[in-house]
Design a protein. Structure first.
Length: 203
């Protein structure tokens, strides 16, 4: 799975221009059949249907689902909504209050927070490394009071470092969308002990 492009048109443009490479072997990806249709909920609760593209590596033959940066793997809500929930938790809010503010089921928000908390140390480390790789003199956050808050602060620091490196107009990503790119949509995925850090501009 790869996270590329702001929307379906952006993903298609990158794919057709040959600018996407296999993360395994580095050979150019070619278009393939579409992945399964999925429902996505936006910030205001509005929903739409997304059918991600699949791509096949011309070298090793592996297939990859190409997600836009707005979504995470196996999550129905856009990443900025999930990020708002995580930021709320970092500020000390409970999952019920966060769910009420975002208009999402409490059980859904609790699941996001539990998964993020279980990976908070790995995420803090990965995004701190990313901030340092993107900026020779990064503005790194100090201790934020909890592992979740530390990880959220590191994601914000990496987002700020990326904006300084490429400029907000070029990058045009929020810190949470950058987190989706860096984690290949697996920010809340299970079973990942470490993250691959890519310091190339997403486009």
């Amino acid at each position: 799975m790869l996270t590329v492009g702001k929307d379906a048109a952006g993903v298609e443009g990158l794919l057709s221009s040959g600018r996407l490479a296999c993360p395994g072997c580095g050979v150019v990806l070619r278009g393939g059949a579409d992945a399964r249709l999925r429902a996505v909920r936006g910030e205001g609760g509005d929903g739409w249907r997304l059918r991600p593209r699949r791509a096949r590596c011309a070298g090793c033959g592996r297939t990859h689902v190409l997600l836009p940066v707005s979504v995470l793997a196996r999550r129905a809500d856009v990443v900025v909504v999930i990020g708002a929930a995580l930021a709320g938790a970092a500020a000390g809010l409970g999952y019920r209050r966060i769910a009420e503010r975002l208009g999402r089921p409490a059980a859904t928000v609790r699941g996001w927070l539990r998964r993020f908390a279980s990976r908070a140390g790995v995420l803090r480390s990965a995004f701190t490394r990313l901030a340092c790789a993107l900026d020779p003199d990064p503005l790194l956050p100090g201790p934020a009071g909890s592992q979740v808050a530390d990880a959220v602060a590191a994601i914000a620091a990496a987002g700020a470092a990326a904006a300084r490196r490429w400029g907000r107009d070029v990058l045009a990503l929020s810190a949470w969308e950058l987190a989706a790119v860096v984690s290949s949509g697996r920010l809340l995925a299970p079973g990942i002990a470490q993250m691959v850090i890519n310091t190339s501009c997403p486009w």
